[in-house]
Design a protein around this ligand. Structure first.
Ligand code: UDP
Ligand code: MG
Length: 332
């Protein structure tokens, strides 16, 4: 006779229940830090309820992240895996994880331990008080370079001045969302996934807790300045149409100035006759207007590109296989 392991029935039940809490961790080349990640996170989740799940999204890693994940899943089936067909980027990974999560509350978290897992307890406490969204905001950005700090500051200034939604400053994807918020989020079909903006757009009763962001535990950041720049543009173009509309006003102003300048020229010609010199002023106006037109074309291009992407309607991500979801693609 096989003797029952104490607690096993309870654990098994926990594995089948609707999870109280889902962590969503997008992972790209996180092999080195995985062990530490699970070692830190699981005891904290256990404190909340044995019914938890961690939805790990392997976003086309080039290292052995997936193999390690499968190993963890086999040891604890509450660790579930989505494996993408290639690298789709962090925003897509977060979206997929949230789509597949089943918990009553969902928390997207970075796998590099830069989002301190201890905060989960505090988030859950706030959630149980009745808040639908609990944000984790960085107190300051000590660990970033001066340039990154300044550019982040500028980004938040620009976007809050231009768009009607309020994107909380220094707040990443690390936050708790109630199931109701998650279900609403799933109704937003847009392909340009600027998650911070999308989260902010949803609204719901929100509170904030503050923390100091530590350095990456292991591995390397996959963001360079070019990617960050494109990311910032995604945010701006996805959440405001002001850059499109501003040209109307700029054009009107330039036309007004040209009208005044033309009148001055006509009067001058009438009074003093035809003056040949004027090379400098015509060059300057020509170049200036050429520049303005190119910029406005570029802005239109940014929007048209994004419209094109939406119109094609391709999925945001492709899940190649899953572990722990009991569906057709499941490898269990
Ligand atoms: N990530 C991802 N796909 C990518 C890039 C990053 O899933 O293409 C994940 C990464 O594994 C980590 C999180 O997104 O869990 C945050 O990435 P990273 O630490 O590189 O960003 P940073 O902390 O520097 O903003
Ligand atoms: Mg990081």
């Amino acid at each position: 006779m096989i003797e029952a392991v104490p607690g096993s029935a309870q654990t098994l039940a926990a594995h089948q229940q609707v999870p109280e809490i889902s962590l969503v961790a997008p992972m790209y080349n996180e092999s080195e830090g995985l062990e530490q990640f699970f070692k830190t996170v699981t005891p904290i989740l256990d404190q909340i309820s044995p019914a938890w799940e961690i939805v790990c999204v392997n976003d086309g890693s080039r290292d052995d992240t997936l193999l390690k994940l499968i190993d963890y899943h086999q040891r604890d089936s509450r660790i579930r895996i989505l494996n993408f067909s290639r690298n789709f980027g962090k925003e897509a990974g977060t979206t997929a994880g949230i789509d597949f999560s089943r918990g009553k509350a969902v928390i997207p978290i970075d796998a590099d331990l830069q989002d301190p897992p201890e905060l989960i307890l505090e988030m859950v406490a706030k959630w149980r008080e009745g808040y639908k969204v609990v944000l984790a905001t960085r107190k300051e950005r000590k660990e970033d370079t001066w340039f990154k700090r300044q550019s982040a500051l500028m980004f938040y200034r620009i976007i809050s001045a231009m768009s009607e939604i309020d994107i909380p400053k220094n707040t990443g994807d690390y936050r708790l969302m109630d199931r109701q918020v998650v279900n609403t989020l799933k109704q937003l079909p847009e392909k340009t996934r600027f998650m911070k903006g999308i989260f902010a757009w949803l609204g719901f009763p929100t509170t904030t807790i503050y923390f100091d962001r530590p350095q990456r535990f292991a591995g390397q950041t996959s963001w360079n300045y070019w990617k960050l720049w494109r990311f910032a543009l995604d945010g701006i173009f996805a959440f405001t149409t002001l850059p499109l509309q501003i040209w109307t006003y700029l054009g009107a102003m330039i036309s007004l100035f040209s009208f005044i300048y033309a009148s001055v020229l006509i009067v001058q010609t009438l009074l003093h006759g035809v003056e040949v010199p004027g090379y400098a002023s015509s060059m300057v106006t020509m170049l200036f207007l050429g520049g303005v037109q190119l910029i406005s074309l570029g802005v239109i291009g940014e929007y048209v590109g994004r419209i094109y992407k939406e119109v094609k309607g391709r999925p945001i991500y492709i899940v190649q296989d899953t572990w722990g979801f009991q569906d057709l693609t499941d490898r269990d």
